[in-house]
Design a protein around this ligand. Structure first.
Ligand code: ADP
Length: 295
């Protein structure tokens, strides 16, 4: 389906002049994002992956958590956050989030972690365990060997597979991923990128993916929102070719290096012109990496 056809339906995510001020009216008042507007179309039977790339502190997590409806980011100080045609008024089942930190329950097995959301929905044990095992397999774990393990018995990559299964089992239309692969070693990170693309093709959801890595943003993103800081804002939006081949293969292709190079130049321009007011209590964050972790 083309983007034009998608235009007939409400956007998956629509930010209109969204500003978030933390600690408003206190000495620590800080404008995290100012007048952020962007639209991600709801491409039916496909979905899109949008990468959010920018230095630490530019408001990437704030944007994601506003979409999720999580406090204290939600509600915005001004402006409107819409998902699928409705104003966000809190967390809901149509939006699922995967964080960088491993967020599984330590005292639950892999299976019970993966099936947790279904349990909350009152799905009977037999059914939720069957679905849980399916999802354990889908994220590349072994249902027989791994289902009964506890989080402390898993590697970082395995834990993130559990986190992804826990979120996707609920079939959210919008998947919010906040640097989910940031703590993983380079090889595992590439495997996880491939896994994400595979699962995304299956669930056909809209994915918002926050990353520091230019390579990761280029590989995963159908579009990349480049953010700048002080105050946090969208400084540019760049369309990308879809991820057609596995990450390792793609990352050795000349066009990929060219895209990374162009995006890196764009980011450098943005940083060179970034405005840093005197007296801001907030230190300038580190620039996005050129993707050391994904090389
Ligand atoms: P990023 O994800 O790009 O690193 P964040 O959205 O986490 O950025 O944060 C944007 C800015 O808002 C940062 O300066 C951060 O310190 C500040 N900030 C984030 N959350 C809070 C909060 N709950 N209270 C006060 N300031 C916050």
């Amino acid at each position: 389906m083309s983007e034009n056809e998608a235009a007939d339906r409400p956007a998956a995510v629509d930010f209109r002049n969204v500003t978030k001020v933390y600690g408003a009216g206190t000495a620590r008042e800080y404008t995290a994002i100012a007048n952020v507007s962007f639209t991600i179309p709801d491409v039916l039977d496909h979905g899109e992956i949008s990468s959010f790339l920018g230095p630490s502190g530019c408001g990437k997590s704030t944007v994601l958590r506003l979409v999720a409806g999580l406090e204290p980011q939600h509600p915005p100080t001004s402006g409107t956050v819409m998902t699928l045609g409705r104003e966000v008024c809190g967390p809901a089942a149509d939006r699922g989030m995967v964080f960088q930190d491993y967020t599984s329950f330590d005292n639950r097995t892999v299976l019970d972690n993966v099936a947790f959301g279904l349990e909350c929905r009152g799905v009977p044990r037999r059914q939720r365990e069957a679905e849980g095992r399916e999802w354990i397999a889908k994220v590349g774990l072994d249902p027989r060997r791994d289902a009964g393990k506890y989080p402390h018995e898993l590697s970082g990559g395995m834990r993130q597979r559990v986190a992804i299964a826990r979120t996707l089992i609920l079939r959210p239309r919008i998947i919010l991923m906040d640097e989910p692969f940031g703590a993983l070693d380079p090889a595992t990170r590439l495997d996880m990128q491939d896994l994400l693309v595979r699962l995304w093709r299956e669930v056909q959801a809209t994915v918002l993916f926050v990353t520091h890595s230019v390579e990761e943003a280029v590989y995963l993103g159908d579009r990349v929102f480049v953010m700048a800081t002080t105050p946090g804002r969208i400084a540019g939006e760049v369309r990308m070719p879809p991820a057609a081949a596995p990450a390792r293969e793609t990352q050795s292709e000349p066009w990929f290096h060219e895209q990374v190079h162009q995006l890196q130049e764009r980011i450098e321009q943005i940083e060179a012109t970034a405005h840093h007011p005197q007296g801001s209590h907030h230190p300038q964050g580190a620039p996005p990496s050129t993707g050391g972790a994904t090389r």
